[in-house]
Write a protein that binds this ligand. Structure first.
Ligand code: 13P
Length: 287
């Protein structure tokens, strides 16, 4: 069975110093395309679903699709629920078989986030599922002004206390990163990653991957970012390929041909990131 625990995939990357691509998919086409890229490059992969995607497709249908597609690849792959503040959605996904969840309590007080995150860790354990946690919300680039991204407000001690108290397996720190396409290469607090890893020994999830440079990825991965999130780049590849197809074939209305072009574009985007993160050729299971 190619579906592997997220913990196994991330720990292996953390120990060996590469990053696993964690890519948000939005439908069957994009799920198939990222899995095809991982298979072709013999890379482990984390497939992520937003709460919006879970709600729009339906958790049961989405999970059935995942099982059927993942069964056809030979590389270790895991299904992760991204940024979820809704405990009912977390419960549903864990019960169905998602391999990991990010409990997003970043809009709550740190105390309430911490309390609920402890409960999520307890809830996830019997399923063998990994839990990621965060305390500072990530900005969306569209919402940031000319001043850019606000640097982390909470102290390192608050992050370390949250990690130790909740028992999360992976932590997602705000280091000047944001979701969406950066207007310019972001200035990141790389040292924060080193400090968190040194203090806790757990891997870090790098959010807001779209638009970071290859140098930023390799530096952050070497500091302990073993899970690297990519979402906007998939949306751009998927939608621009569809638009380009329609521009090139006006009036064609030929879904199979258009979908093939979109699949190729998403697969290429995923492959480029997998190579940048150094996870190509790392599909072997942990012994
Ligand atoms: P981007 O949309 O910037 O790639 O960020 C992805 C992410 O961090 C998902 O949680």
């Amino acid at each position: 069975m190619p579906i592997a625990p997220t913990q196994e995939i991330v720990s292996r990357a953390f120990d060996q110093g590469y990053g696993v691509a964690a890519i948000n998919v939005v439908n069957d086409l994009s799920m198939a395309a990222v899995l095809a890229a991982a298979e072709e490059l013999a890379a482990p992969l984390i497939v992520q679903t937003s709460v919006k995607t879970v709600r729009s497709i339906g958790a049961e249908v989405l999970y059935a699709m995942w099982r059927a597609m993942a069964a056809q690849v030979a590389v270790p792959v895991a299904l992760h629920l991204d940024h979820c503040p809704d405990r009912a959605v977390i419960a549903t996904c864990l019960r169905l078989g998602w391999n990991s969840v990010l409990f997003d309590g970043s809009k709550l007080s740190v105390e309430e986030n911490q309390r609920q995150c402890r409960e999520v860790v307890e809830e996830a354990r019997p399923y063998g599922a990994l839990v990621e946690g965060e305390i500072e919300p990530f900005a969306r680039i569209e919402d940031t002004g000319e001043a850019g991204i606000t640097p982390p407000e909470l102290s390192l001690a608050a992050a370390v206390d949250f990690i130790r108290d909740t028992g999360v397996d992976v932590f997602a720190p705000a280091i000047g990163n944001a979701h969406g396409m950066y207007r310019a290469t972001p200035t990141l607090d790389n040292q924060r990653v080193t400090d968190i890893v040194a203090a806790t020994g757990i891997p870090v999830a790098l959010h807001g991957g779209t638009g970071m440079s290859a140098e930023q990825f390799s530096d952050l991965i070497s500091r302990g970012c073993a899970k690297v999130n990519i979402s906007t780049a998939l949306k751009i590849a998927l939608m621009s390929a569809g638009q380009a197809f329609m521009n090139d074939h006006p009036g064609a209305f030929d879904p199979p041909s258009q979908f093939a072009v979109q699949h190729a574009a998403v697969k290429e985007m995923a492959a480029n990131h997998i190579r940048m993160f150094g996870s190509d050729g790392k599909a072997g299971r942990a012994s």
